[in-house]
Ligand binder design. Structure first.
Ligand SMILES: *[C@@H]1O[C@H](CO)[C@@H](O)[C@H](O)[C@H]1NC(C)=O
Ligand SMILES: *[C@@H]1O[C@H](CO)[C@@H](O)[C@H](O)[C@H]1NC(C)=O
Ligand SMILES: *[C@@H]1O[C@H](CO)[C@@H](O)[C@H](O)[C@H]1NC(C)=O
Ligand SMILES: *[C@@H]1O[C@H](CO)[C@@H](O)[C@H](O)[C@H]1NC(C)=O
Ligand SMILES: *[C@@H]1O[C@H](CO)[C@@H](O)[C@H](O)[C@H]1NC(C)=O
Ligand SMILES: *[C@@H]1O[C@H](CO)[C@@H](O)[C@H](O)[C@H]1NC(C)=O
Ligand SMILES: *[C@@H]1O[C@H](CO)[C@@H](O)[C@H](O)[C@H]1NC(C)=O
Length: 531
């Protein structure tokens, strides 16, 4: 069969002739298909991609930007017997399906039947993301919106109260020029190319569910918030929906796992897919991109901030070590960050410190070994005799995992700062601000049952400058209750889930009001096993 130059032209033939429905009709212009759960006959399209789904693209696209022009087909037999470039007509039914209610359903055709091959070997071109297109999938603006995710966020994707609406319940008309999710939803199953992509963050291959290394990118389209390192800075009202995450390539290659922020990558071609077990719009590439070039210098310059031991200059840093046990092989990396990049701050606020026996649940609660390994390694590199302070939690009380006894701590440079009138508290007493001001216990923990149940307690300290008589200051090292993994910026609930937000607000409230007189002793409370 001789193929007309334009599929649109070909489409007219089919509209008048065989086809009973178009892809745009079965996809519709909303999140859920008007054909959900229903069957159709004589849908015609060209196979553009074979991955987890087989993508079928319309031969008769409309110019309506809110309707999809491609659809995924789930069915092992169909994929096996198809090749890219096949034009087929088929019957089938539409499913809006999802494994997790917190994520969006994906629309697909499951097990099509009466598959009639019209012709093979037809040319297939990807749509170029980032510019206007005409012909392949109709006239559409392929530049992703750069600020808003979804109309239901009412202007703030991080807004509270969150989870007051849901995409699947409201099923709004897609507005792909305004909302990033609507844009990618309208392009689901579409074969696209990203030209000159720039690497953003990476999601590690960290569990069994996570097949392949997932890399965030943006293409050569207008972006907002671009910063000097090639990243996109999130600001109030602009959470950068113009980014896409890459899934594991279908040819078995692996996405580069050593990229740095701002790296230039080779062009990427693949299909857009909402992967409903991860809750994000992905691009599933046909093959992995390669790194073309990195920024030079490859890392930002080290901090130039230095303490002078007086009030005029004090450098502090915060470092979350994320559930860190003794003997961690990353100690040299930590030391390099503190010494080289942060320029030996006078105080480092540490979070995520396990006790000296690490994850072993053996009754150990002190973290002397964990912390002294860090200060010793720092001293070896810098010559500064860093010291540390922390307060042991009761055994298996502050969660999350049994035996870890995780807590906040400080390491500090005793030649620059020291505790002011030390009077250490313990886990049975609560510190508070006394007239002066001074602390009832220094250092001390803030607590208020049940607000910090299972959580790390803020660690408060009152310091003085070694070389500045009478100059003192206070620090509060907080790590509030964690969020949960089961929430993304592209989830079904809008604004998206912000798990435990009320707990964190209550914790902040207590932390901010610890000046209130209190008895200084913890109220009697149940003893918990960690979780
Ligand atoms: C579907 O196509 C077949 C031929 O392939 C035709 O006989 C039938 O009438 C078509 N059905 C509809 C509803 O267009
Ligand atoms: C952001 O991107 C624009 C347009 O490409 C460019 O002119 C500008 O220099 C970039 N800003 C930074 C901080 O790199
Ligand atoms: C990183 O990629 C290389 C090359 O594909 C691979 O050999 C290595 O196993 C990968 N490392 C990780 C941690 O995935
Ligand atoms: C750390 O290493 C030492 C020496 O090998 C060992 O005795 C100790 O049990 C280790 N501690 C942890 C928590 O892994
Ligand atoms: C931990 O170190 C402190 C002093 O830094 C010491 O008082 C305490 O006894 C040590 N605890 C253990 C269990 O070694
Ligand atoms: C905790 O500190 C208080 C006040 O100094 C003291 O009375 C109490 O005995 C201490 N508890 C423990 C377990 O050391
Ligand atoms: C904050 O604390 C005050 C005083 O304890 C209380 O009245 C208020 O309800 C708290 N607010 C929140 C959001 O927890």
């Amino acid at each position: 069969m001789k193929i007309p130059r334009s599929f649109a032209a070909l489409g007219i033939i089919f509209t008048r002739g065989v086809s009973a429905v178009t892809v745009a009709e079965v996809r519709g212009n909303r999140y859920l298909s008007p054909f959900s759960g229903k069957s159709f006959t004589n849908l015609t399209g060209v196979v553009t991609f074979i991955g987890f789904y087989t993508s079928l693209r319309s031969l008769e696209p409309d110019d309506d930007e809110s309707t999809g022009e491609s659809i995924g087909i789930l069915g092992y037999g169909f994929g096996l017997n198809s090749a890219v470039g096949d034009i087929v007509t088929l019957d089938g039914s539409i499913w809006d399906d999802r494994p997790w209610k917190v994520f969006l359903p994906t629309t697909s055709i499951v097990d099509p039947y009466n598959v009639r091959l019209v012709s093979r070997g037809n040319p297939v071109k990807p749509v170029i993301l980032g510019r206007a297109t005409s012909g392949i999938i109709g006239n559409k603006d392929m530049r992703p919106p750069t600020e808003q995710y979804n109309k239901l966020d009412q202007g703030n994707v991080f807004g509270v109260p969150n989870n007051v609406a849901s995409v699947s319940r409201f099923n709004l008309h897609l507005e792909p020029r305004k909302y990033g999710m609507d844009f990618f939803q309208s392009l689901c199953a579409e074969l696209v190319t990203i030209r000159n992509p720039t690497a953003l963050g990476r999601r590690a291959k960290d569990n069994a569910l996570n097949s392949g290394l997932h890399l965030w990118v943006y293409g050569n389209w207008p972006v907002t918030g671009n910063n000097s390192r090639g990243g996109l800075t999130v600001t109030d009202g602009d959470a950068n929906p113009e980014t896409l995450i890459l899934f594991a390539p279908v040819d078995g290659t692996e996405n580069p796992n050593t990229t740095r922020l701002g790296d230039s990558l080779t062009d990427i071609t693949g299909v857009i897919e909402y992967i409903s077990s991860f809750g994000l719009y992905y691009l599933r590439p046909s093959t992995a991109p390669k790194v073309k070039s990195s920024r030079s210098p490859s890392l930002p310059p080290p901090s130039a901030i230095r303490s002078d031991g007086r009030c005029s200059a004090l450098s502090v840093a915060e470092y979350n070590l994320e559930d860190w046990a003794p003997n961690n092989s990353r100690i040299p990396i930590f030391v390099d960050h503190i010494a080289t990049y942060l320029g030996n701050p006078s105080i480092v606020f540490l979070q995520g410190i396990q006790d000296s026996s690490g994850p072993t649940d053996d009754g150990t609660v002190d973290a002397n070994l964990t912390l002294s390994q860090l200060t010793q390694a720092l001293e070896e590199q810098t010559g500064i005799p860093y010291d540390f302070i922390d307060i042991n939690p009761p055994d298996n009380n502050d969660g999350v995992e049994r035996g870890h006894n995780i807590r906040n701590a400080y390491i500090f440079n005793p030649s620059k700062v020291r505790l002011h009138h030390p009077n250490p508290g313990n886990s049975s007493v609560i510190t508070c601000v006394l007239p002066g001001p001074s602390l009832r216990f220094n250092p001390g923990r803030i607590d208020a049952p049940p607000v910090f149940e299972y959580c790390r307690k803020p660690l408060v300290a009152h310091w003085e400058m070694v070389h500045d008589e009478g100059a003192t200051f206070f620090t509060v090292n907080v790590q509030f209750k964690h969020k949960d993994a089961l929430s993304t910026l592209q989830s079904d609930p809008r604004p998206p889930g912000n798990p435990w937000i009320n707990d964190r607000i209550a914790q902040a409230n207590v932390t901010g009001s610890c000046h209130r007189p209190n008895p200084g002793t913890r109220q009697k409370r149940r003893h918990h096993s960690g979780r």
